[in-house]
Ligand binder design. Structure first.
Ligand code: CAA
Ligand code: NAD
Length: 297
């Protein structure tokens, strides 16, 4: 079972990157969004990122200027965009990357189950929700996996490939092969809360926020401590801004409701209040830090 045509639903922070790496991996891709504005924004991000990667390859001597331009044109040429669900009907794989809201995801998969050809494999990029619940909603649980990419998708080398008890072995193998074609190292995970990375990473981010909320240390010092003491590329509060405070809150609210006895899952007060104020991190220009574009100001 070879995946040649891929649909990506949601072209935001994660979705635009998934569209890009799938096209770089040689797939034809349909980028799907709710409206033309969101779609245009996602496509513009892809074009900017392709241009950046091409110029890096030229600088490093990996490609000539002409080869880099041809690579950009060829990759961009594999990407179509649409706001019509019917355009996803003949995809071999549809990857969902919409907001972290379980009802929205289940509603989407239920609709896609009626729209896509019976062979289409469905995948969710969810950070935290049970894959099995979305698989049931889709009406084709044996053709459903989690494909959890990391932010920024273009640069992070991992994809977690999540199987449920009902996932067909050949569907699972095809999903792993797709992850590899996207240039990622696939790791296998069961359908457990947060899979491998977020089960470890999100409680760590919570501890850092609670440390800040208690006044134990400044945000700059907490971040510097983890950067220079543990060699992390960015500290936990910068990372929370990077992931998005809304996404982090949705993960934690889902977990605390579903697993109330798990002490590692809690919602820090400042996370809730910042999201209520619309301070969602880098994407809105303010979270734990103020941001100007990609840089902290
Ligand atoms: N496309 C193309 N090129 C890009 C790019 C993009 N989207 N983003 C950055 N680049 C380029 C930059 O231009 C830069 O190029 P030069 O070297 O030519 O300047 C290069 O890539 C490196 O970028 P930065 O200078 O910004 O470099 P950095 O060394 O600070 O690395 C980083 C950035 C890779 C994001 C690094 O800080 C990092 O690894 N941070 C941690 C990220 C992380 O933990 N992600 C996981 C989040 S959790 C998650 O994703 C799961 C979930 O469900 C919430
Ligand atoms: P985002 O808010 O940047 O993007 C979501 C996009 O989905 C938006 O562009 C929105 O217009 C679109 N959308 C919403 N509902 C839709 C629908 N019904 N049909 C089509 N498009 C729709 O969010 P994000 O950070 O890209 O997160 C997307 C998913 O990826 C979430 O499940 C999140 O948990 C997961 N994830 C996020 C990160 C991260 O670091 N932010 C990392 C890994 C996984």
């Amino acid at each position: 079972m070879e995946i040649k045509k891929v649909g990506v639903v949601g072209c935001g922070l994660m979705g635009h990157g998934i569209v890009q790496v799938a096209a770089q991996g040689g797939c034809d891709v349909v980028a799907f969004e709710m409206d033309e504005g969101a779609l245009a924004k996602g496509i513009a991000r892809i074009e900017k990122s392709l241009a950046k990667l091409a110029s890096k390859n030229v600088e490093k001597g990996k490609m000539s200027e002409d080869e880099a331009q041809a690579w950009v044109a060829e990759t961009r040429g594999r990407i179509a965009s649409s706001t019509e669900k019917a355009s996803l009907a003949d995809c071999d794989l549809v990857v969902e990357a919409i907001v972290e809201n379980l009802d929205a995801k289940k509603g989407l998969f239920s609709e896609l189950g009626g729209t896509c050809k019976p062979e289409t494999i469905f995948a969710s990029n969810t950070s935290s929700f049970p894959i099995g619940e979305m698989a049931t909603a889709s009406g084709r649980p044996e053709r459903f996996v989690g494909l959890h990419f990391f932010n920024p998708v273009q640069l992070m080398r991992l994809v977690e490939v999540v199987r449920t008890d009902e996932t067909d072995a050949e569907v699972y193998d095809a999903a792993r092969a797709f992850g590899s074609a996207c240039g990622k190292t696939p790791v296998s995970c069961k359908d457990t809360p947060g899979f491998v990375v977020n089960r470890l990473l999100v409680p760590y981010m919570v501890q850092a926020i609670e440390m800040l909320d208690r006044g134990d240390a400044s945000k700059e010092d907490i971040d510097a401590a983890m950067q220079f003491g543990c060699g992390h590329p960015m500290g936990p509060l910068t990372l929370t801004d990077y992931v998005g405070l809304d996404t982090t809150l949705s993960i934690l609210e889902g977990w605390t409701e579903r697993y109330p006895d798990e002490p590692a899952f809690s919602v820090p007060a400042s996370l809730r209040s910042k999201v209520a104020e619309g301070k969602l991190g880098r994407k809105t220009g303010e979270g734990y830090y103020a941001w100007e574009g990609d840089k902290k100001s």
